[in-house]
Design a binder for this molecule. Structure first.
Ligand SMILES: NC(=O)C1=CN([C@@H]2O[C@H](COP(=O)(O)OP(=O)(O)OC[C@H]3O[C@@H](n4cnc5c(N)ncnc54)[C@H](OP(=O)(O)O)[C@@H]3O)[C@@H](O)[C@H]2O)C=CC1
Ligand SMILES: O=C(O)[C@@H]1CCC=N1
Length: 272
């Protein structure tokens, strides 16, 4: 299969690297287009992939087209390529937040009502092969097409087929989550600085503690809550801090943050 990327920024770059490094596709089957053509060309050169001068050329050259542009750019790009889409049996993949397959189908227009569209919500951790991506096909997408895209994102982390109805929730607990975890790590490090550590040292320690905790949790059948109990020695340091965190609203603050993310994703979707 040949895969094309329109918009070759951060997310596309990470996905391209992952699918080539894992040999999911050969670099010669990857085609890139960006509005900054020279940028796409230098990216392509780095990966050993191909670059095209226009978006429509890219559509002609590939089987799957990933839209790697910001959500507000999606309509313009889709309008630009819709005539070439109409002539061909291609699959569109969108990773844009707050953008439903239905809204893309409307942009594609009446001539393309059979268009297969697959929506994916990855997260930034695809950059290190530890992404968490949800995949949903519209009613035109075949099971094989959805599985292909799920496997594609499975090469750069974990991927799940998920009903599109849950995408706002998934965006909150996975797509946006790296930012919240970075904030958590920074908060821990700042507390370390308060108690005399240098910021650089505290950043490194907090990052390793979070990484190790995630790995420990992945390696056990125990729930996160059970693991909280396992770290908390009777009368010890952890339970003292834990009770203070809960008392200060840690759980409800996290839930409120997720609620706000979900609400924004729904709002963005309604604007389309
Ligand atoms: N960042 C994240 O953590 C996540 C992002 N996403 C989604 O991924 C998508 C891409 O985000 P990200 O990679 O961060 O964005 P970037 O800005 O890094 O990349 C977008 C690229 O598309 C180019 N571009 C802009 N307009 C056009 C056009 N008309 N035709 C072709 N190329 C164009 C941009 O060029 P220029 O720089 O010149 O504008 C840029 O190179 C977004 O829809 C976002 O919602 C999803 C999950 C996580
Ligand atoms: O902030 C955003 O809109 C995108 C979606 C998920 C992560 N970043």
């Amino acid at each position: 299969m040949k895969i094309g990327f329109i918009g070759t920024g951060n997310m596309s770059g990470a996905i391209i690297k992952g699918i080539i490094d894992s040999k999911f596709v050969d670099a010669s089957d990857v085609h890139l287009y960006d509005r900054n053509v020279d940028f796409a060309k230098s990216r392509a050169e780095g990966f050993g992939a191909n670059a095209t001068d226009t978006a429509t050329e890219l559509v002609e050259a590939v089987d799957y087209i990933l839209l790697g542009v910001k959500p507000h750019i999606i309509p313009a790009v889709v309008k630009e390529i819709r005539d070439s889409l109409a002539k061909n049996d291609k699959v569109l993949i969108s990773i844009a937040a707050g953008t439903s397959t239905e809204s893309i189908l409307k942009t594609v227009g009446l001539a393309n009502m059979e268009q297969s569209i697959i929506r994916v919500m990855p997260n930034m951790n695809v950059m290190v092969g530890e992404g968490a991506s949800a995949v949903a096909g519209n009613e035109n997408a075949t099971e094989e097409q959805v599985e292909f895209v799920k496997d594609m994102f499975g090469t750069i982390g974990k991927s799940w087929v998920l009903d599109e109805h849950y995408f706002s929730a998934f965006t909150a607990i996975s797509g946006s989550m790296p930012a919240y975890v970075f904030l958590f790590i920074d908060s821990i490090a700042r507390a370390g600085v308060k108690h005399g550590l240098t910021k650089a040292m505290a950043d490194e320690i907090a990052t390793q503690a979070v990484l190790g905790s995630a790995k420990t949790l992945q390696g056990t059948d125990d729930s996160a809550w059970t693991m909280v109990d396992k770290v908390s020695s009777p009368g010890g340091t952890t339970v003292a801090g834990l009770l203070e965190l809960i008392d200060e609203g840690f759980i409800s603050d996290v839930v409120a943050g997720v609620d706000a993310t979900v609400a924004k994703d729904i709002e963005l979707g309604k604007q389309k």
